[in-house]
Design a binder for this molecule. Sequence first.
Ligand SMILES: Nc1nc2c(ncn2[C@@H]2O[C@H](COP(=O)(O)OP(=O)(O)OP(=O)(O)O)[C@@H](O)[C@H]2O)c(=O)[nH]1
Ligand SMILES: [Mg+2]
Length: 300
Amino acid sequence: MHFQWYPGHMAKAKKMMQENMKLIDVVIELVDARIPFSSKNPDIDDLAKGKSRVILLNKYDMADHRYTNDWKNYFEAKGYYVCLVNSKRGTGVKQVQEVVNKACEAKIERDRRRGILNRPVRAMIVGIPNVGKSTFINSFVGKATAKTGNKPGVTKGKQWIRLSKRIELLDTPGILWPKFEDQAVGLRLAWIGSINDDILNKTDMAFELILFLNQHYPEAISNRYDIPPYGTLENVLDAAKVLEKIALRRACLLKGGEPDIDKAAILLLDDFRNTRLGNITLEFPEVENIEQKEENHTQD
Ligand SMILES: Nc1nc2c(ncn2[C@@H]2O[C@H](COP(=O)(O)OP(=O)(O)OP(=O)(O)O)[C@@H](O)[C@H]2O)c(=O)[nH]1
Ligand SMILES: [Mg+2]
């Protein structure tokens, strides 16, 4: 599968981030709790060198909570501050403010020693497309806050949103692209609907999803579609048989009454993306595995 990711637009966003980074104390990075590795941009570590780092495992409500906690531990062990967030409903958003304060304690102390009192911490939100940046900002900012407008002494025209006496947010989120050149990463991004899927073969995506679910959530499909449990699937041909069963159960039929597996594929992906198959996490923090991937990535 080959993915296209609006390179021009992204290059512009990256430049914006580079220019603004010197004004920023803390970088708040959103990742999708269902794919915390695949939705994490690799360039951000370079861009945010020396800054306090907060990771929000967003869309927590859609992920498998057992693994979200593992991911929290995984990132904390790497020195990030981590919050579990459902930006859509606002759950966990309050804690972000506390965590940001904590992440910036050293900086506040440094300021204090230099006689700088009450300078707010400046934060930037970053993340790949569709991860929930705008939803989070709206939820984080709430109604009571107002834009501080152009601040003299800071680069002209920059808008800061005052969250409290202690935190200001740059009002343009940094949009970064995922590491979609990795096929497995691309597939997971496609499953959750973060890649324009007009260019993808949905039926192939559905086969792969059926195989993944068979391995990690073996009852998800039979429960949802009321299909008798089936054993271990070996390959795409086996997955195709399951998709046929789904098609028959849901009356996705071609003219002659044959199962319409392309239609069933769309239905399955739609059900998955709307958590109708349950809370599912698509990758797990098996450390070696990920470290290996990170190494591969830097070799690219
Ligand atoms: N279930 C759930 N949905 C969320 C959550 N956060 C965001 N969404 C949904 O995810 C979709 C994308 O959210 P946006 O806030 O537009 O994402 P974004 O990162 O600003 O996207 P771009 O502006 O394209 O980069 C929307 O449909 C949101 O309603 C969450 O925590 N839980
Ligand atoms: Mg947005």
